[in-house]
Write a protein that binds this ligand. Structure first.
Ligand code: AP5
Length: 192
């Protein structure tokens, strides 16, 4: 089993590249953003609570997302590996993920960290906001709040995995195919 974390700030291309990577490597895609939006669409209690944080560009509490990932891992016992997208986003989430994977006798193989400048992130998110209907994309203040939240709480997750020599920085600007090739080249160096 080979597990990947696709890491990076909001708008760095995690979702876009995840779609291509899960197809090539036959991985199960676990995106906490997608799971939360699906809870919101179904108007569950969890979704209604999460929406309050997401619409302000703030992180949803750790216990909520850790619970969702724990259930997703349990529900996919025969997966060849997982691609985590948008998770973990705090050190507490990273430590919880390590424990959950240990129970499954596996671990994170590599953390691929997409590097994109702030100006490009804002441009991409506001541009998507014109058509996506995502309330956290169509408001400049919320987009900025998401980036601030990333620097305050999430960038430390890369430091957490650097301690275990698992982080590889990959340029996230250029065409989608160019970035995909760089990601695959890094996976090839680490995947057994
Ligand atoms: P989430 O859904 O995870 O969103 P995000 O990380 O803020 O980022 P995005 O999905 O918007 O960007 P992305 O990096 O996936 O880029 P994408 O490929 O989409 O989280 C949303 C919210 O949920 C959070 O704010 C938080 O409230 C909550 N949440 C989620 N997970 C959580 C957790 N673990 N803990 C707590 N709270 C959590 O691309 C973006 C745009 O750029 C697209 O339009 C795309 O077409 C375009 N694009 C992609 N690649 C390129 C390229 N190479 N060139 C030009 N444009 C490109």
């Amino acid at each position: 089993m080979f597990n990947i974390i696709l890491f990076g700030p909001p708008g760095s291309g995690k979702g876009t590249q995840s779609e291509k990577l899960i197809f090539k490597y036959e991985l199960k895609h676990l995106s906490t953003g997608d799971l939360l939006r699906s809870e919101i669409a179904s108007q569950t209690e969890l979704g209604l609570e999460a929406k309050k944080f997401m619409n302000k560009g703030e992180l949803v509490p750790d216990e909520v997302v850790i619970g969702m990932i724990s259930s997703a891992l349990e529900n996919n016992p025969h997966s060849k590996g997982f691609l985590f997208d948008g998770f973990p986003r705090t050190e507490a989430q990273a430590a919880a993920l390590d424990q959950l994977l240990k129970f499954k006798q596996t671990e994170i193989g590599v953390v691929l960290a997409l590097q994109v400048c702030e100006e490009e992130l804002i441009k991409r998110l506001l541009n998507r906001g014109l058509t996506s209907g995502r309330p956290d994309d169509n408001n400049g203040e919320v987009v900025k709040a998401r980036i601030i939240e990333y620097h305050k709480k999430t960038s430390a997750v890369a430091d957490y995995y650097r301690r275990f020599d698992k982080v590889v920085e990959v340029p996230g600007e250029g065409t989608v195919d160019e970035i995909f090739e760089s990601l695959c080249a890094e996976i090839a160096k680490r995947k057994p």
